[in-house]
Design a protein around this ligand. Structure first.
Ligand code: PLP
Length: 420
């Protein structure tokens, strides 16, 4: 139960804000001085080369956003109106919306507890229920690689292609290979709060020259090779600005440094919170090296005080020795630091409430619809599925690279006070 008074930080400690180094400005200046103030130029060429080198792929197309890159990936995957597509459930809605841009119908696959990503067991179950599905969209939550081998094997068995949303996991690896290199169509993001940022931006990654050329064309209004503006296909204006690319070019050399800082933050939370009834967002230590984009915690079921979340509000009943994400988020906020709830599962979002949802046991919708909408737990007080359970008991902690150990210690003390 949080009561203690802690001093507020004078300057806000953010969840994850841009960490600039100075080189960014040099490359912006270069764009200005050479007048490449456009969607072409050396900064773009360089970051495409650097991303290929880092991830280990042949081609990259710099785009205006990760969402734009995902849209291009959905088009390449051949999603047609009315076609059902399996998608990660606990993720940012940018993973899923591009499916709908193409008229596809997302079917959500429940989450597993080992990495908080798509559950291969639920995915296998989903192919039993929807044998015709041909595309699977997989995200790596908070920079932690999912169960890639299992998911790839299941997709191969069912002849489905993978759209890999590595927007949050740039620099993370699984069995020595970088995320962004596992799917048939791969995407990273340079949004303002990602581990490397251009203030905005995204990238499509591939080994296929043909796909590379298609994305280049589609994202530049689909111009044909002709003396005038000739159009045979629907086009988009999705290219990245060379100014934005300058920021990313200056950031890129600092990726490993950012990961090391994020990892140190994760380890510090883990150590500082080890006596509390919580666990950190888990990863497979044998096979994967996350980029530790966000540190999260999960409260043990027996240490949860009562918490109810309606569609847009949250309430909890404070209790000695127990806490809940709502209380901890309020406590963190009271000292001028920023935490965040876990992504609310897509199958619980009003916009996707009619879409299919598959758990290990099968049709998760039957269960979800059986209780009053908006609550976090079923009538028996137990969570309805893994995704809702993690949403109910988990939260993202302030994970900014620039947070000092002293600031982090104060945040840790505040979290401890919630369990007093
Ligand atoms: C940030 C993010 C995106 C979208 O990237 P933008 O560059 O913001 O469009 C997609 N998926 C996930 C999981 C993300 O976190």
């Amino acid at each position: 139960m949080y009561q203690a008074q802690f001093d507020r930080f004078e300057k806000k400690v953010w969840l994850s804000s841009p960490t600039m180094h100075g080189e960014e400005l040099e490359y912006i200046k270069e764009a200005f001085e050479t007048n490449w103030m456009s969607t072409m130029g050396k900064n773009i060429d360089e970051i495409e080369r650097m991303a290929c080198e880092k991830v280990g792929c042949n081609y990259a197309v710099a785009l205006s956003a990760g969402t734009a890159a995902l849209h291009m990936a959905m088009k390449l995957a051949g999603i047609k109106p009315g076609q059902q597509v399996f998608c990660s459930d606990v993720t940012f809605d940018a993973t899923v919306n591009p499916v709908v841009y193409e008229g596809g119908v997302p079917i959500f696959i429940d989450t597993e507890y080992d990495t908080w990503n798509m559950d291969p067991v639920a995915l296998e179950k989903a192919f039993e229920l929807y044998p015709d599905v041909k595309v699977v969209v997989v995200a790596h939550l908070y920079g932690t690689p999912g169960k890639i081998d299992e998911i790839r094997e299941i997709c191969k068995k069912h002849g489905a292609s993978i759209v890999e949303d590595a927007a949050e996991s740039f620099g993370a690896s699984y069995k020595g290979q970088q995320t962004g290199a596992f799917g048939d169509f791969n995407v990273i993001s340079f949004n303002g709060n990602k581990i490397i940022t251009g203030s905005a931006g995204g990238m499509f990654l591939t080994n296929s020259k043909e796909d590379f050329e298609k994305v280049k064309k589609w994202s530049t209004q689909a111009r044909e090779n002709a003396p005038w503006y000739q159009h045979e296909e629907l086009g988009y204006n999705y290219r990245m600005s060379n100014v934005v690319a300058g920021v990313i070019r200056g950031q890129m050399p600092h990726l490993e440094e950012h990961i090391a800082q994020k990892k140190a933050i994760y380890e510090r939370y883990k150590e500082g919170l080890k006596d509390l009834p919580i666990t950190m967002n888990p990863y497979n230590e044998k096979d994967s090296e996350p980029n530790f984009w966000l540190s999260c915690l999960l409260i043990k079921p027996e240490a949860m005080c009562k918490q109810v979340r309606s569609e847009c509000e949250a309430l909890f009943i404070p209790e000695h020795g127990k806490s809940c994400p709502t209380e901890i988020l309020e406590a963190i906020s009271s000292i001028n630091a920023e935490g965040r709830p876990i992504w609310k599962p897509m199958h619980m979002q009003p916009i996707y409430r009619m879409n299919g949802f598959v758990t290990r046991e099968g049709n998760g919708r039957a269960k979800t619809n059986a209780y009053i909408s908006g609550g976090s737990v079923g009538k028996d007080g137990k969570p309805l599925d893994v995704g809702m359970d993690i949403f109910h008991r988990g939260l993202c902690l302030p994970s900014d690279n620039k947070m000092t150990p002293e600031q982090q210690d104060r945040i840790i003390e505040v979290i401890k006070a919630c369990f007093d």
